[in-house]
Design a protein around this ligand. Structure first.
Ligand SMILES: Nc1ncnc2c1ncn2[C@@H]1O[C@H](COP(=O)(O)OP(=O)(O)O)[C@@H](O)[C@H]1O
Ligand SMILES: [Mg+2]
Length: 313
């Protein structure tokens, strides 16, 4: 591998299914050792893009490279050097923890000695030492995903593709999973991960947003915030955020409030608009008219979730 080359390169990738274009000219690079977040709503084209980069799906147009090798010509050389946790299938639920790891180790062609050593490391990494004989289907979602990640790196891949690895997993398990990703990246593994959790996106070094098959933004979380949404967000902390949201939406419909995206953010409301500070007064007025206490209002830096919501308009 040429050290100057990106670990992953996508160049004008296009995929059409019949007359439907699922991926429409996607280009990006991922540098070695980076954690690259690939974000977008369901159906945006994330899985299709990954499958083209892995050589599992032939692009209609465009090309991809992994570790400096062209995917179309060098799939056999690339395969042993990448790991893939697919969105649908990653483990056999009827097998035990040990049986699953053995299955993947054999599939990757590990020797008995390698398998024994890596099995121990994988069990440690997933925190499953002592639970080798538990059936995979009896593990909670969080443990299953950590096991799946351990299985995906048994053969020590240099590049890892993770397709929504933490979907439906509780926040504590998601954090444990991300700790595993950080350790892998610190060892030099390149990680491409799709997610729709914005807190996870903030943990990536670089991000690409995909919508309806096209990249709408690409860069560091900070760059994306700056390019997509200059200006702060107005954060409200009303006593009853749900009631306040309804009152503000009604005021908007009645034309008593200028256009703005207003979203529930835990127990707070975020008002996203080009000049959000100008909305303080009309918002206070609309809430008081509805008999609600506006509570404190602060101008804050947008989160990635705010940016995402703003960019979907
Ligand atoms: N084999 C296929 N045949 C037809 N349409 C497909 C096929 N695979 C995916 N699609 C469509 O392509 C779009 C992108 O899908 P996908 O890449 O799975 O999105 P994501 O992973 O971002 O949710 C979706 O509209 C999906 O229905
Ligand atoms: Mg998908």
């Amino acid at each position: 591998m040429d050290a100057q080359r990106p670990a992953i390169l996508a160049q004008d990738l296009v995929k059409r299914f019949g007359d439907f274009t699922a991926v429409n000219g996607v280009s990006f690079e991922v540098q070695p050792g980076q954690i690259f977040g690939f974000l977008g709503p369901n159906g945006a084209g994330k899985t299709t893009t990954i499958r083209m980069i892995l050589g599992l799906l032939k692009p209609t147009a465009g090309r991809a490279e992994v570790l400096g090798l062209p995917v179309a010509q060098a799939a056999a050389q690339i395969r042993p050097r990448v790991g893939y946790m697919s969105q649908r299938f990653s483990l056999y639920n009827d097998l035990t923890v040990r049986q699953n790891l053995t299955f993947f180790g054999r599939a990757y062609g590990l020797s008995d000695a390698e398998l024994a050593e890596r099995m121990r490391q994988a069990l440690d990494m997933a925190g499953l030492a002592g639970r080798e004989h538990v059936r995979t289907k009896d593990l909670s979602g969080g443990w299953r995903q950590r096991l799946a990640l351990s299985a995906a790196v048994l053969h020590r891949p240099q590049v890892l593709f993770l397709d929504e690895p933490t979907a439906g997993v509780d926040p504590v398990s998601r954090r444990a999973f991300w700790d595993m990703l950080y350790s892998l990246a610190a060892e030099g593994v390149t990680v491409l991960v799709t997610t729709h959790y914005m807190d996870e996106a903030e943990h990536c070094q670089r991000l690409a947003f995909i919508q309806r098959g096209r990249l709408t933004a690409c860069g560091s979380p900070e760059e994306i915030k700056r390019s997509l949404m200059p200006g702060p967000v107005l954060e409200l902390a009303p006593a009853d955020a749900g009631a306040a949201l309804q009152a503000l939406r009604r005021a908007q419909q009645a034309g008593r409030l200028p256009p703005a995206e207003i979203e529930l953010y835990g127990s707070r409301l975020h008002v996203v608009a080009p000049e959000a500070h100008r909305l303080r007064r009309p918002i206070a007025r609309a809430l008081k008219a509805a008999g609600l206490d506006p509570g404190p209002m602060d101008l804050i830096e947008p989160s990635l979730e705010d940016v995402f919501i703003a960019s979907m308009r």
